[in-house]
Design a protein around this ligand. Structure first.
Ligand code: NAP
Length: 266
């Protein structure tokens, strides 16, 4: 039987998820909705889906992906609350919005909170997953199987842990790109051609991340494997140490964590 999936909000993240999924699996029936219908039409075309003209009838969906911004959710919830069938699984990817809030705003019991990230666009996402208690084992399997070929999923047992990991999973790609870009811009300013700078930096970081992921050695060991006393790497790392880069990283993490908390309270 074909899975019927309604996509509410068709921006960057919904597109990344559904385009990747539609490339892996052709049998899902996607329905797309945004208030203006413009992005819904664009996405529907890419995933061979249909555009939903209105949200009056939601009975037939197996999955509903809530992918609007947290601050747009109240308006959406007003339109669809009490209309979702009790068997339908609602997958919310909204940052900072707790499962209880989605359950009460939509008046539906089966809600999964997921924190995805943009590498899902190339089927290499990393998801945090938190299930509300009303999801059966079969429901959980359905959610896992939806994501399994486009992301590695980590189930977390409570939302405090979910919130602590969100700044890494959701924002992590942008944090690393910021770092990459610092090196790319520096190389360009020092005469390296832009494409070469981009390709070298992303290749080195991609290979290093892959290596670190596979190696069964702690990060400190991996660092020291590259660092000889008074050598080139030592000189570079010394500047990080002097400027206390780790403190900056902690402060940046805390800022993201607090923002997530503020979104929780809205
Ligand atoms: N971007 C990321 O890296 C990332 C990572 C993890 C989680 N998330 C979460 O993913 C969600 C979407 O983020 P995004 O970056 O994809 O944002 P986005 O590109 O701005 O997409 C938001 C979408 O929601 C639509 N929308 C607005 N009001 C709506 C309503 N009342 N009902 C239904 N749809 C509505 C917008 O329509 P229009 O196109 O017409 O404006 C747009 O298509 C957010 O909750 C965010 O926290 C994002």
């Amino acid at each position: 039987m074909k899975l019927k999936c309604l996509v509410l909000g068709c921006g960057k993240m919904a597109s990344a998820i559904t385009i990747a999924k539609s490339q892996k699996e052709k049998t899902i029936e996607f329905y797309c909705y945004t208030p203006s219908k413009t992005s819904a039409k664009i996405l529907a075309e890419k995933i061979h889906g249909k555009v939903m003209d209105d949200l009056s009838s939601l009975n037939s969906f197996d999955l509903i992906l809530v992918a609007c911004k947290p601050q747009q959710f109240a308006e959406l919830a007003e339109q669809i609350n009490h209309k979702i069938a009790s068997h339908t699984i609602v997958v919310s990817i909204m940052a900072g919005v707790r499962v209880e809030q989605v359950i009460s705003s939509l008046a539906t019991p089966k809600v999964v909170r997921i924190m995805p990230n943009t590498p899902i666009a190339i089927a290499k996402g990393v998801n945090l997953v938190y299930f509300s208690q009303d999801l059966s084992i079969q429901d959980r399997e359905l959610v896992h199987s939806f994501f399994q070929d486009i992301a590695t999923s980590f189930d977390v047992s409570n939302q405090d842990e979910f919130d602590r990991l969100t700044p890494i999973v959701g924002s992590g790609p942008a944090l690393l790109y910021y770092f990459f870009n610092g090196y790319i811009q520096h190389l360009i300013q020092n005469g390296i051609e832009a494409n070469l700078a981009h390709n070298i930096v992303t290749s080195v970081f991609a290979a290093s991340a892959h290596f670190a992921h596979q190696a069964d050695r702690p990060m400190e060991q991996l660092i020291s494997d590259v660092t000889s006393k008074a050598g080139i790497t030592f000189a570079a790392l010394n500047v990080f140490e002097q400027k206390d880069l780790n403190k900056l990283i902690s402060q940046s993490y805390q800022a993201a964590y607090h923002r997530n908390h503020e979104l929780n309270l809205k």
